[in-house]
Design a protein around this ligand. Structure first.
Ligand code: CAA
Length: 378
């Protein structure tokens, strides 16, 4: 008879193959040995973890999405979830630095060197409202002239290029947005500021300015006006990856809370003996599992080619996993009590890191908006 462990019952399986278990174990080992020991230092100093990114690249834990036609591993989105959870369990700042290439275009140079691309969607005045992007790209002969600025761009300060979403026709709103691949060393591109963040401090997040940047029309992704849909399709693909990062952070907080609740003695017994504590932990365990399964489902749907039908499920995963990570890490701080609130113990960092999952790649409120639109208009 089929079991959860052995595999398929009624066409549903939660079982991982041996290869998937090995991949997950490899990522966990990497997170344990290469990420965790350096996480606090990068958090404290807000430094880019270049050496760790390079090691992840060498080990094949980066750019998992790149197609075989470019020489990439072309792993499934599902397999990407297994790696992403573990890297983010190690440190979500470092995990995001390694994983954010999934947002940038899949270009071959990513394979030969541990280089980074970045996704230039958000702007100072256009975060949730993508159609409000003010950056302009004007076609002059066979090149565009780009002017404007971008805000909150992950890895921008370390990236070799940016996929910049700019308006080629302001009168058309979202239908006037166009995606351009711009080298970060192009004349007129400047990093205006490395932003000083509350959490995920090992990931560079920067403000970028474009002043009369000339970029060849050949660097356009898709056609003029395709930018909005390219951005949405990218986010449909990457939101499960963000969701699983949140699961990794929640799992880390949960494991620490369980160990601490068993060790910490108050009133003559481990605090785990109190329902006030054990029920918090029980809820953590159930909600993390639910978040993981929602995320696995969304990734599986992407792999099965559900396309637009996966949009709602990507947002289910992102919304639920981000909110779960916030709740679980907040409760983990509670389990640790006063020790949870000081930097000597690791859970306060997890709580700061978790907050960003409710904001980037579409806030929890935007995920609800997407879900509601899919329900009522889809
Ligand atoms: N796939 C393909 N097409 C889509 C789509 C999708 N998932 N979602 C919408 N569209 C299409 C619609 O069908 C519609 O098409 P038509 O032009 O043919 O009518 C068009 O796009 C416009 O759709 P909406 O009317 O729904 O657009 P909207 O202006 O109301 O905005 C939104 C929708 C969901 C709010 C969107 O703006 C959005 O996702 N906002 C959040 C942006 C976001 O997530 N930003 C995060 C920045 S990236 C980041 O954080 C990365 C990082 O660095 C870590």
């Amino acid at each position: 008879m089929a079991t959860v462990e052995t595999g398929i019952a009624n066409g549903v399986s939660f079982a991982l193959t041996d290869e998937q278990k090995e991949l997950r174990a490899l990522a966990r080992e990497f997170a344990e040995k290469e990420i965790r020991p350096h996480a606090a230092e990068h958090d404290e100093r807000q430094t880019h973890p270049a050496e760790i990114v390079a090691k992840a690249h060498e080990l094949g834990l980066m750019n998992l999405h790149l197609p075989e036609s470019l020489g990439g591993p072309e792993l499934s989105a599902f397999d990407g979830m297994l790696v992403g959870e573990e890297l983010n369990w190690g440190c979500s700042g470092i995990g995001t630095s390694i994983g954010a290439n999934g947002l940038a275009a899949g270009l071959a140079p990513l394979l030969s060197e541990p280089i980074l691309g970045c996704f230039g969607l958000s702007a100072p005045g256009a975060g949730s409202d993508v159609s409000g992007i003010q950056t302009t790209a004007v076609l002059e002969g066979d090149a565009y002239r780009v002017n404007g600025s971008k805000m909150f761009i992950t890895n921008a300060g370390q990236a070799s290029w940016i996929v910049c979403f700019a308006s080629t026709d302001r009168s058309k709103g979202h239908r006037g947005l166009t995606a351009l691949v711009i080298p970060m060393d192009a004349e007129g591109v400047t990093i205006e500021k490395h932003l000083d963040k509350m959490g995920q401090r090992a990931t560079d997040t920067s403000a970028v300015a474009f002043q009369d940047v000339v970029v060849a029309a050949a660097n356009r992704l898709g056609g003029e006006g395709d930018g909005f849909k390219i951005a949405m399709q990218t986010l449909d693909f990457t939101r499960p990856g963000t969701a699983i990062g949140a699961v990794g952070v929640a799992q880390a907080a949960y494991e620490l809370a369980v160990d601490y609740a068993k060790e910490r003695v108050q009133f003559g017994m481990p605090i785990a003996m109190n329902q006030g504590v054990s029920f918090l932990v029980a809820d953590m365990a159930a909600e993390i599992e639910a978040a993981r399964l929602l995320t696995w489902q969304a990734a599986w749907m992407i792999d099965q080619g559900y396309g637009r039908k996966a949009t709602k499920y990507s947002s289910f995963a992102k919304r639920y996993a981000a909110d779960t990570a916030m709740k679980v890490t907040t409760d983990a701080v509670q389990v640790f009590g006063g020790y949870g609130y000081i930097k000597e113990y690791p859970v306060e960092k997890l709580m700061r890191d978790a907050k960003l999952f409710q904001i980037y790649e579409g806030t929890s409120q935007i995920q609800r908006l997407v879900i509601a639109k899919e329900i009522f208009l889809g």
